[in-house]
Design a protein around this ligand. Structure first.
Ligand code: SF4
Length: 96
């Protein structure tokens, strides 16, 4: 997965099937917490950005959903603060 850095599907005791999506590039966050599991923040910003092209994210998600039918919970996470991504809302709308 190049465009979204999707970090894949995992089994969750709480959610069942869970798909993690990372819409960021590098470690991008508005904080730089010393305890962050991602390490030091590479891009510290409060500016929202596209980071990954929306079409590529939706295409990748669509292909995943077609190849793995059934209920899946989507988790936005990864290397930083995923709400900084401008594609965040559009991906939610696509999936809902
Ligand atoms: S991703 Fe979370 S823990 Fe890491 S720097 Fe950002 S706010 Fe802190």
């Amino acid at each position: 997965m190049h465009s979204t850095n999707r970090f894949g599907q995992l089994s969750s005791r709480r959610l069942g099937r869970s798909l993690g999506i990372d819409p960021l590039l590098f470690t991008t966050c508005n904080y730089d917490c010393v305890y962050c599991e991602c390490g030091a923040t590479t891009v510290k910003t409060v500016q929202r950005n596209a980071f990954s092209p929306l079409d590529a994210v939706l295409d990748e998600l669509f292909r995943y959903l077609c190849s793995s039918p059934g209920r899946v919970f989507i988790t936005f996470s990864g290397f930083g603060e995923p709400t900084l991504s401008l594609s965040f809302g559009e991906v939610l709308k696509f999936y809902l």
